[in-house]
Write a protein that binds this ligand. Structure first.
Ligand code: NAD
Length: 323
């Protein structure tokens, strides 16, 4: 079983990373948590206000592609593990400008793999269901499903996954890859579907829905994802891939309606706009392997947690004029 004594967490100022930091700090065995984050438009120092009150937590603003910086951090800390979440993560932006995604998601992962290899430090790469491309209903992708990424974002994450697997096979680097479905929860950047729709609804503006809105995504609470990341870190086998899903499939249109219902706003605010190019119809993951290997299952009920998330995010979005 891997330990959580001294961890380099990348992307910790983002949505999933800031939740993971909170979960890691609950672990009594954790002695040192270094958060490396570039603070792009998606990362917010405020997301770490609570974790940084813990003396075990240290924030470093910097780029995962900066090999010298990564080298220095490894010289200063005896890391027992790397939890790699830093990424350019917004599909629409990747369609406009793929270069940043190749840089951070592919090159950044390669830099961390070099450090992992040099220091014999295990690395977990947090990846996505989008690497498989569209999955026809009622099928669910298993971990050996062929990779057919549609967007540059998905292609860059698939590339990073393959680099991890290659490092494992060529150099024996200890790597674990996790792939998860769509997360909802606190501190998500307002360009993403859920906070974006909430922000529009609060302003009584139209909620833009791509195409017919019947694209299906599976939704998982970010805390369930974080529990899975920690379980995969501790007990995942090196060179293996593990899935996490909430098993709550919803159309984008259904999500917009749920948001409007939670905020008591009319469905007439929904506006269909031209579809996103290369828009996948459905993602779905089989999570049997994570269940069998480390007993992971989602525990948070969407019907209760999603309206709560909508209300909590709407308070944050109202209070924070910078968002
Ligand atoms: P996010 O965009 O909210 O956060 C990404 C963080 O990475 C930000 O804090 C940003 O500042 C940082 N970052 C970006 N480029 C960097 C660089 N070059 N160096 C250092 N830091 C950099 O993303 P998220 O939703 O929190 O996703 C985190 C990870 O989880 C990503 O790897 C993503 O692919 C994966 N994932 C997310 C979801 C989801 O639904 N949010 C689902 C599956 C997998």
């Amino acid at each position: 079983m891997r330990n959580l004594k001294s961890i380099l967490l990348t992307g910790g100022a983002g949505f999933v990373g800031s939740s993971l930091a909170r979960h890691l700090l609950k672990e009594s065995e954790l002695e040192n948590l270094v958060i490396l984050d570039k603070l792009t438009y998606a990362g917010r120092r405020d997301n770490l206000m609570l974790p940084e009150q813990d003396p075990r937590c240290h924030f470093v603003q910097g780029d995962v592609c900066d090999a010298e910086l990564v080298k220095r951090l490894f010289a200063e800390h005896s890391f027992t593990g790397i939890l790699h979440l830093a990424a350019e993560s917004h599909v629409d932006r990747s369609i406009e400008r793929a270069g940043d995604f190749v840089q951070t998601n592919v090159l950044g992962t390669s830099v961390l793999l070099d450090a992992a290899r040099e220091h014999g430090t295990p690395l977990l790469h947090c990846s996505t269901d989008e690497v498989y491309g569209p999955i026809p209903s009622p099928e669910k992708a298993k971990e050996d499903h062929p990779l057919h990424p549609s967007s540059p974002y998905a292609a860059s994450k698939a590339s990073a996954d393959l680099l991890c697997l290659a490092a494992h096979r060529t150099h024996g680097t200890e790597v674990v890859i996790t792939r998860c479905t769509n997360n909802y929860g606190p501190r998500q950047h307002p360009e993403k579907l859920v906070p974006l729709l909430i922000q529009r609804a609060l302003r009584d503006e139209k909620l833009p829905i791509y195409g017919n809105g019947l694209q299906i995504r599976d939704w998982i609470h970010v805390d369930d994802h974080c529990m899975g990341l920690i379980a995969a870190w501790r007990r995942g086998k090196s060179g293996q891939i593990y899935h996490f899903a909430g098993h709550r499939e919803r159309t984008n249109l259904g999500m917009a309606r749920s948001i409007l219902d939670a905020l008591r706003k009319p469905h007439t605010l929904i506006e269909h706009v031209g579809d996103r190019p290369g828009h996948d119809e459905r993602y779905a993951l089989d999570t049997e392997k994570s269940m069998m290997w480390f007993g992971w299952q989602p525990t948070i009920d969407f019907r209760e947690a999603f309206p709560e998330t909508v209300r909590a995010l709407s308070v944050d979005l109202r209070d924070d004029s910078s968002l």
